[in-house]
Design a protein around this ligand. Sequence first.
Ligand code: FES
Ligand SMILES: [Fe+2]
Length: 371
Amino acid sequence: MPDLDLPQRQATDALMLTGFWYRALPADRVHRNQLYKATLLEIPLVIGRDRLGQPFALRDACPHRGMPLHCGKFDGENLECGYHGWQFDVHDGQCQLIPSLTADQNLKVDRIYAGSYGCEEQDDFIWVFIPDPSPTGAGFVPRTEPPDPAPQIEKFTGKYKLAYLQAEMPVSIDHGIIGLMDPAHGPFVHQAWWWRTQHSIHEKQKNFEPIPYGFRMSAHTPSSNSAPYKLLRLYADADSITTTIDFVLPNIRTETIRAGKYWFSSLTTVTPITRSHCRIDVVAAWNLFRWVPFVPDLLKFVFAKFVEQDRRTMELQAEGLKHNPHLMLIDDADRPAKWYFQLKAAHLESKRTGTEMKHPVPGPVTLKWRS
Ligand code: FES
Ligand SMILES: [Fe+2]
């Protein structure tokens, strides 16, 4: 008998996608005229702000002999390497000065570059564009410019609040992401007497559709046990509330909840730090409760609790993953996870062949599960 109903085996590859923007550091931790270390996709970076507050990101290795640039001196404009004093413009990495050169030595200093990355501040985070490998800028090549600006949270009114949360997890980007989109762990991981218990588990049915680079859980009334929904219920009629959840490559989950003039919007990313570590950053914007002093704190408390429960779970999962067990994904609860792997493969295939990406989600599809 063909084993059609056997769950699909799935190996994660920990492959980190280049050619995208990634969140590097919370903006409020990066001060003017200072240097900070960060790692993205195993690339060591030095991040800072110039004297006008503009952020920048350089590879944390001098193109001369590899000294970490974060050990150098920064005057708010140029960064001076601590080993032989070469100076670099922090925004494009171009070399400005090589102190050892004599007047008659005509080495073209301005043709030398420290590795430099597209860098933008957006919604409380410093984002860095990680280009595809090859000429990433160090040596004699200027950097690759990002094709698009960094992702932004969708906002529906001029006035809103913004807050972020982060957690580091000792698992690969793939486990971080499929953990984020997994609908079936809620009743087991996110229990609390004030929230929900395992007994609130019930059958759910959601419609999905393909969108560029990802998929969307179509606008629907949020599930009665979702966090912002419970709070929004205090403000609006249950049936006037709709939510849309998108996932797009490489690592972005956005959730938008609207209830009349009120809205709540979040952009969550899972960022590959190394092959075996990732970090989840949740940034939320909302226009409700702005004037109620204590509700934003409550919201943050609920989210922090959730993120901590996920972090703790993945920390435990990492134990089990140490010895590379075979894993499986089942329908329909793990279908979004399957799509993630297929999207990643289709994206890489389209880059390899230079052809348009073949979207793995053929059209609208309904998934059912209990959670
Ligand atoms: S290693 Fe940086 S100036 Fe020599
Ligand atoms: Fe979770």
